[in-house]
Design a protein around this ligand. Structure first.
Ligand SMILES: C/C(=C\C(=O)SCCNC(=O)CCNC(=O)[C@H](O)C(C)(C)COP(=O)(O)OP(=O)(O)OC[C@H]1O[C@@H](n2cnc3c(N)ncnc32)[C@H](O)[C@@H]1OP(=O)(O)O)C(=O)O
Length: 283
């Protein structure tokens, strides 16, 4: 049995129910950070995945670890020297959430799996969430987090840093380069205080990344938004995504996709490296 299996044996956090009044302001702030041009008022539908700006955790400062993440948390696994990344997830939209209507979220532990990849032993922890308004199920979501234990060495498989955009003949294309100000604003908007996203000396010297790490949720939102704008007359009904390689601040990437009932999107850099993939379905 592996080290991580030892630490995770018997870990079984109970489900947690939380409420959020769902005011328009966080959606408006996310529109500003992503530059979508959307405005929100009470009664508007929230686009798929924009609930990531709601139900935020703000633990007291003294409860944060050296990495800026909460030192302990209900769905944070008991792994020593825990290092976490967002690895993937799935969303099903039964009906979009309505801005201005209080929502209830029930979170529970889904799968826990220890796997060995190119970067060594990792624990994949899936957190399942159901979102309801007025008692009706609106969203069902699973999010996969990957946890490693111990000192960081060369955790990212070697890949050349991209300097220019790849070419593509995809119907949908959008270029993106993460910069420290946008990353800082997204961290604030999602209450994500992990230092890899806004503290460059920490990201380089402690976690051995070449630069600030672009939040996985930004990449997933860029793909989902490209699809939402590509087929504006059909609502997004499901999103399935996986984050494969980190994107670093200053590195240009191209978000691409083609229209389909189940549209395939990706975030790519040159040389032809896939950083993230998503399948977006429409109702
Ligand atoms: C928010 C937030 C944090 C962040 O935003 S962090 C920045 C965003 N996240 C990333 O940049 C992650 C990028 N991805 C990676 O670094 C790697 O893909 C990862 C997840 C470390 C895995 O890489 P490996 O090369 O070590 O692993 P393999 O590709 O060889 O796969 C090994 C087995 O693992 C399975 N697997 C891979 N990805 C997933 C996944 N998303 N879900 C479930 N399972 C996964 C893969 O299938 C292999 O399994 P086998 O059974 O086939 O062995 C914040 O903290 O809140």
């Amino acid at each position: 049995m592996s080290n991580l299996d030892d630490h995770l044996r018997g870990w079984a956090p109970r489900p947690v129910v939380e409420m959020d009044p769902m005011p328009p302001e966080p959606a408006g702030a996310l529109a500003a950070v992503l530059e979508t041009g959307d405005g929100f008022a009470e009664g508007d539908e929230l686009p798929a995945l924009w609930h990531w700006a709601y139900f935020l955790d703000w633990p007291p400062h003294g409860e944060l670890g050296d990495d800026g993440h909460p030192a302990a948390g209900h769905f944070l696994p008991p792994v020593p020297d825990r290092r976490r990344m967002f690895a993937g997830g799935r969303l099903t939209v039964t009906r979009p959430l309505t801005v201005g209507v209080p929502a209830e979220r029930t979170r529970s532990l889904g799968a826990v799996a220890v796997k060995t990849g190119r970067s060594g032993e990792m624990a994949f922890v899936t957190v399942r969430s159901e979102y309801r308004q007025g008692g009706d199920l609106r969203l069902t979501e699973e999010q996969d987090y990957v946890y490693r234990s111990g000192e960081s060495t060369a955790k990212t498989p070697e890949v050349a840093r991209p300097h220019r955009l790849p070419t593509s003949d995809a119907a949908w294309q959008q270029s993106f380069t993460g910069d420290p100000v946008r990353l800082f604003r997204f961290s604030a908007l999602t209450a994500n205080s992990h230092r890899i996203h806004y503290d460059a000396p920490y990201a380089r010297e402690v976690e051995s990344y070449p630069d600030l790490v672009v939040h996985g949720p930004i990449l997933v939102l860029l793909m989902t938004e490209l699809a939402r704008r590509g087929i504006p007359d059909r609502p997004v009904s499901n999103v399935d995504y996986r984050l494969r390689r980190p994107v670093f601040a200053g590195d240009p990437v191209l978000v691409v996709g083609d229209p389909a009932d189940e549209a395939e999107l990706s975030v790519r850099s040159d040389p032809d490296t896939v950083h993230a993939r998503a399948t977006v379905g429409f109702g």
